[in-house]
Design a binder for this molecule. Structure first.
Ligand SMILES: CC(=O)N[C@H]1[C@@H](OP(=O)(O)OP(=O)(O)OC[C@H]2O[C@@H](n3ccc(=O)[nH]c3=O)[C@H](O)[C@@H]2O)O[C@H](CO)[C@@H](O)[C@@H]1O
Ligand SMILES: C=C(OP(=O)(O)O)C(=O)O
Length: 446
């Protein structure tokens, strides 16, 4: 048994077409929403990624029947047996993704109690879950921290409440939505996150019978109802995967058509892509991304909550910035430790310097603290193949891009992690002409 290493022979532009399906940051949450329904739900455009498999396993453990639907990529989720499920072995799911925390509200409504194992997800900062527990307490939940996870109880029906998030957290906003829809009375959430995946989750809940309105000032109001039905929904496309392939096209001087990519959720990314010098063409089925020749331009970039530049777009684009002429500045304001992946790019020949200071004007929680959360990228630099160990999902995809853009061969270790959020990425790489190989004896499932 060898570790999951990929050999990448760089220097070939990525060219061709790949397809993206439903968003990793929506699909697992829509699957959890099915727990709130009194009848079956149908979710379409579901990608075959590890985070979906993990949530499927957790739902099945809780008595939800999950099976295929009529079309490819469709799941039918039937929660009729949740009350009679014999939940065992939940600890086996600890550390597998961030989604288990979102089971709290639906399980409290259905069963009056919930057990949440330790969470996983990318290690790109401390990622506390204090906002989640604070809002759940406001709804009336009682929370007990145990060594193996968190145990929650709802002594009475949960009640709507008025809450304000200290920061527009995506997960905490979803926690409120999934809890408030069946709580008694009205919930008002101020300073909510408004990412497109959250809007799509609201669409799912509205189809189930929920009453939710969104104001332009980040306030979401939910009027609780007594009962929700199932839903039939097509997940919005994955704007994060789409942007990753767009960055790969730019860094490798390639030309990639991303079938399924959608302009509306990618407007901020597309503006930045154009400023760097990337070209794109939008049609009704997807977006073509390419390097138009000539020099790329250095830019100043700050990540932020939607409608700002999404933090999950940052790492892949930084690889393309190593090929731009001049000094690019990157200020990461969402996670305090999302630039560590750049040290491996420096080993490959990039010139990236990290700073503790905020190099940008976007309000940030990390300035004057000990976090290297700003970067200056000096380019263009030639990249050389190297031995790379994947640190996290987007960092991992960035290493693949860097290895593809580099001269020579790279050994990229830990590629199985990429399966968490990129469907069939090996097949897609090959379809785009990437020169990649798994060592003959490797046992990876990629
Ligand atoms: C599965 C999923 O959808 N993951 C996405 C989700 O993660 P996730 O929902 O975990 O991210 P959040 O928006 O909650 O986190 C944003 C920031 O808020 C902080 N925070 C969050 C919750 C809390 O209780 N306390 C707290 O301090 C976090 O440490 C982080 O600094 O949104 C992120 C921001 O768009 C994306 O990068 C992730 O891809
Ligand atoms: C940070 C990410 O995801 P997660 O929240 O699942 O770790 C990501 O998709 O880049």
């Amino acid at each position: 048994m060898t570790d999951d290493v990929l050999l990448v022979h760089g220097g070939t532009p990525l060219e061709g077409e790949i397809r993206v399906r439903g968003a990793k940051n929506l699909v697992p949450k829509a699957m959890v929403a099915a727990l709130l329904g009194s009848g079956p739900s149908r979710l379409r455009n579901v990608p075959d990624i590890r985070d979906v498999r993990v949530v499927r396993g957790l739902l099945q453990l809780h008595g939800v029947t999950v099976g295929p639907g009529d079309e490819a990529g469709e799941l039918v989720l039937d929660p009729s047996h949740v009350e009679s499920a014999n939940v065992a072995d939940i600890d086996a799911h600890a550390g597998s993704s961030r989604i288990p925390i979102l089971f709290c509200g639906p399980l409290l409504h259905r069963l009056g109690h919930a057990f949440i194992p330790g969470l996983g997800g990318c290690e790109i900062g401390g990622r506390p879950i204090d906002f989640h527990f604070e809002v759940l307490r406001q709804f009336g939940a009682v929370i007990e921290k145990r060594p193996e996870g968190q145990y929650l109880e709802a002594p009475q029906r949960l009640r709507g409440c008025k809450v304000r998030l200290p920061y527009p957290s995506v997960g905490a906003t979803e926690q409120v939505l999934l809890t408030a829809v069946l709580a008694e009375g009205v919930t008002e959430l101020a300073n909510a996150a408004v990412e497109p995946e959250i809007e799509d989750l609201i669409c799912v809940l509205q189809k189930m019978g929920a009453i939710i309105s969104m104001d332009t000032d980040r306030t979401i109001r939910i009027t609780g109802v007594d009962r929700l039905g199932g839903y039939n929904h097509r997940a919005l496309p994955d704007r994060l995967e789409s942007a990753s392939w767009a960055s790969a096209a730019l860094a490798t001087k390639g030309n990639v058509y991303v079938r399924g990519a959608s302009q509306r959720e990618m407007m901020t990314f597309l503006n930045t892509y154009r400023k760097v010098g990337g070209a794109f063409d939008i049609d009704e089925q997807g977006i073509r991304f390419w390097h138009p020749g000539g020099d790329l331009s250095a830019i100043a970039l700050e990540t932020d909550v939607h409608p700002g530049f999404q933090t999950d777009w940052q790492q892949p684009l930084v690889v393309a910035l190593t090929q731009a002429s001049g000094l690019s500045i990157v200020h990461e304001t969402v996670y305090e430790s999302r630039l560590g992946f750049t040290s491996a790019l420096n080993q490959m020949g990039a010139h990236i310097q990290l700073y503790r200071e905020c190099l940008g004007g976007t309000p940030c929680r990390f300035g004057q603290r000990n976090f290297l959360h700003s970067a200056v990228v000096s380019g263009p630099t030639k990249l050389q193949g190297a031995d790379l160990v994947i640190p996290d999902l987007r960092g991992g995809f960035s290493y693949l891009i860097a290895a593809l853009a580099a001269e020579g061969t790279s050994h990229v270790h830990g590629i199985d992690l990429i399966n968490r959020g990129y469907e069939n990425f090996m097949e897609k790489l090959r379809a785009l002409g990437a020169n990649v190989e798994l060592p003959a004896q490797a046992t990876t499932t990629a």
